[in-house]
Ligand binder design. Structure first.
Ligand SMILES: CC(C)(COP(=O)(O)OP(=O)(O)OC[C@H]1O[C@@H](n2cnc3c(N)ncnc32)[C@H](O)[C@@H]1OP(=O)(O)O)[C@@H](O)C(=O)NCCC(=O)NCCS
Length: 326
């Protein structure tokens, strides 16, 4: 069977670190509250010249270098993002131009914090079907440019970042993307939204601005996330014929340490097999899982042959999980 094998990783985050302490001067919050409720200590915040594509291009180049693939060899670029440079053209097209992938098609996938899960499924399915051989999969978001910096219930949660995976066709091997589940419940759309700048409330013209930034019902999303994470993991493991004990590394979406721990508890996976970096980056949405995979591999926690379980959830509502033999 042909599989989509991960052959290289890349990442990029803005250099500016914003600590919880710094946020105390912006909104009525405290380092203690943020740390206790979310596990976040600091996050990276983009400057005015940084965009989703500028981070994605750096991450993409690193993944290409590490896999020793030339940009001209790419046949598809899939970017999971909901905070692209602009409504159109797609961020993937900007990446395609930025890295000189002259033979590649390019598409964005809009699945918020599950954007990378969905994007990896698109790329691996294209590879398995024979449509593509060399795919670049990127998760990137820049939510700090979309939050209302006067709303303490949301602005403390997010950070910016990009992660990239080079994924290549591999014949008859047992390594690669084994299975993905993708799930959605649009009846929960109102629980996290950024309504401005689309066809409902265009950025120009007679716009009524319903909100200054993204809005979120935190407790509703929390409840959803706790169930969704565990459900998606159990389902992908079950469909692929594995159990949680066989997972070498669990790389969940980094939104909140308490949500991660509840999924970990349900699956019975010990701490040493759970990857956590929410303390340093906050919730980077589509960037979160590929950044986790990058850091896990670069720090030696993820080795060829390891069974990796990823899971994500976010605005939509959407959720899903990938099972990968690294
Ligand atoms: C947002 C979240 C951290 C809030 O934690 P919580 O324990 O549920 O806190 P609550 O919403 O119950 O709020 C408790 C109190 O803290 C206050 N509060 C909210 N944000 C605060 C902040 N940054 N600093 C201090 N206090 C804050 C609230 O106003 C509330 O005060 P009140 O009781 O006087 O009304 C949590 O709900 C969460 O993580 N939800 C999921 C969000 C998420 O993952 N979104 C992204 C999806 S990809």
């Amino acid at each position: 069977m042909r599989r989509a094998l991960v052959t290289g990783v890349g990442m990029q985050v803005p250099s500016r670190i914003v600590t919880n302490k710094e946020l105390e001067s912006l909104v009525d919050t405290s380092d203690e509250w943020i740390l206790q409720r979310t596990g976040i200590r600091e996050r990276r915040v983009a400057g005015p010249d940084e965009t989703a594509s500028s981070l994605a291009i750096v991450a993409a180049k690193e993944a290409l270098d590490r896999s020793q693939v030339h940009p001209e060899e790419l046949d598809i670029i899939v970017v999971g993002t909901v905070t692209g440079d602009m409504p159109f053209p797609s961020t993937s097209c900007l990446v395609q131009a930025g890295i000189g992938a002259v033979n590649a098609g390019a598409m964005d996938v809009g699945a918020a914090c599950a954007g990378f899960i969905y994007s990896l499924c698109v790329a691996s399915s294209l590879i398995e079907s024979g449509q593509s051989r060399n795919a670049l999969v990127i998760g990137v978001d820049m939510l700090t440019k979309f939050v209302d910096w006067t709303d303490r219930s949301t602005c403390v949660l997010f950070g910016d970042g990009a992660g990239a995976l080079m994924v290549q066709a591999s014949e008859n091997g047992d390594r690669g993307v084994l299975k993905t589940v993708m799930l959605a419940d649009g009846t929960g759309a109102r629980h996290i939204e950024y309504p401005v700048g689309g066809s409902k409330y265009p950025a120009s013209g007679e716009q009524r601005t319903p909100a200054k930034g993204l809005t979120m019902n935190g407790s509703e999303v929390y409840r959803f996330a706790v169930t969704a994470m565990g459900d998606a993991c159990c389902r992908v493991l079950d469909e692929a014929g594995y159990s949680a004990e066989e997972v070498d590394l669990f790389v969940p979406h980094q939104a909140n340490l308490r949500i991660i721990q509840s999924a970990q508890k349900r699956l019975g996976i010990p701490d040493e097999r759970v990857f956590v970096n929410v303390d340093r980056f906050g919730n980077t949405s589509g960037g979160s899982i590929p950044i986790g995979l990058y850091e896990a591999e670069r720090s030696g926690r993820l080795k060829p042959g390891d069974l990796v379980l990823t899971v994500g959830f976010g605005a939509g509502l959407v959720w899903g999980a990938n099972l990968i033999r690294w």
